[in-house]
Design a protein around this ligand. Structure first.
Ligand code: SF4
Ligand code: SF4
Length: 327
């Protein structure tokens, strides 16, 4: 794809990166076949190729995002299914992340949207607050029909029962059964600990039975993906730095063989810490190491040598590609 950024625009590392991504796109449209929002609406602007055009125009113009661009980018689920079918290796994830930051900086949303997004950014990364919010939402369920628009939908989504907090999510060390073979840190996370605490419990049981000591490091928390996907760069990077600091203490202490995430979205975020903090001299090296050492469900390692800017691919797809290349 031809681009027309000025030299001044390309001095910005994010724009330079986005330009490289845009130039890799050959407009073939293979990605639309795997995009759930395109399949649902049939609108080109709700598919990856259409969004790529919108982002290109928005970034090249240097203007504030329009309501149309914000609408179609907001509808993107960041599921990254499009990246699995792109033959050109277009790193859509970094492109849409850049677009979200630009929208957050330049587009003034209606008051209701702003309040809702602030509420989500405040509640979701904090398990204690999120649990209280779910309790309130559960009380509001019988009245959901009286609530306006999105609040009605959110109240309807509140689970009928909220599990009690799991003791495994507090900072602590779980000893390996038998001889210790490995030592890993587990990202306990945020929303998942409230809705499905059994997932971390099962992960810890599985790892310790295989001789792996598991650390839930003090200071680690939400990976930052929730605010990152809202385009809120500062809190997302603050979460990344806080986690890196927590795991770095373990790396320098008893050592870590890996950092484990059992929610695929969080794993993708950890794999991207190195990229997100690449311009931060104080954190770049540590962030790259944490990305390299991260192991997650659902997504493969972020390319050969753990390069944080290599296209990620679902594990099954990566295996299929390897078989195809070998055969
Ligand atoms: S990330 Fe998912 S929703 Fe967004 S454009 Fe790609 S396939 Fe579509
Ligand atoms: S499949 Fe890749 S190259 Fe083709 S239009 Fe989509 S992003 Fe561009």
């Amino acid at each position: 794809m031809q681009t027309s950024f000025t030299l001044a625009q390309l001095a910005d590392p994010d724009t330079a990166q986005s330009e490289k991504i845009l130039r890799a796109c050959v407009h073939c449209g293979f990605c639309t076949a795997t995009c759930p929002t395109y399949l649902l609406t049939g609108d080109e602007l709700d598919g990856p190729r259409g969004r790529i055009y919108l982002i290109k125009e928005m970034l090249e113009s240097g203007q504030a995002a329009s309501a149309t661009v914000a609408k179609h980018i907001d509808r993107c689920l960041s599921c990254l299914a499009c990246m699995t079918t792109c033959p050109s290796g277009v790193h859509y994830m970094h492109l849409v992340d850049h677009a979200r930051r630009h929208i957050a900086r330049t587009f003034r949303r209606p008051l209701g949207d702003r309040l809702l997004r602030r509420m989500l950014a405040a509640l979701l990364p904090r398990p204690g607050l999120f649990r209280q919010a779910l309790r309130l939402a559960r009380l509001a369920r019988p009245l959901a029909g009286l609530l306006p628009g999105r609040l009605r939908g959110m109240a309807g989504l509140a689970p009928a029962a909220i599990p009690a907090p799991s003791p495994v999510d507090r900072p602590q060390v779980f000893s390996a059964e038998g001889t210790r073979r490995r030592r890993v840190a587990l990202l306990s996370g945020c929303v998942q600990t409230v809705l499905r605490p059994g997932i971390n419990e099962a992960t810890i049981r599985l790892l310790t039975r295989h001789g792996i000591e598991v650390v839930v490091a003090p200071g680690a928390g939400c990976c930052g993906a929730l605010t990152h996907h809202l385009g809120e760069e500062a809190p997302a990077l603050a979460s990344a730095r806080r986690n890196i600091a927590a795991w770095w203490r373990e790396i320098e202490g008893e050592g870590l063989d890996a950092i484990v995430a059992n929610a695929s979205g969080c794993g993708t975020m950890l794999k991207d810490y190195g990229f997100l903090l690449r311009e931060d001299a104080a954190w770049a090296a540590k962030a790259a190491r944490v990305s390299r050492e991260s192991r997650c469900s659902g997504w493969s390692a972020n390319g050969p040598g753990g390069s944080p800017i290599t296209r990620p691919a679902p594990c099954s797809t990566a295996r299929a590609w390897k078989r195809r290349r070998a055969g």
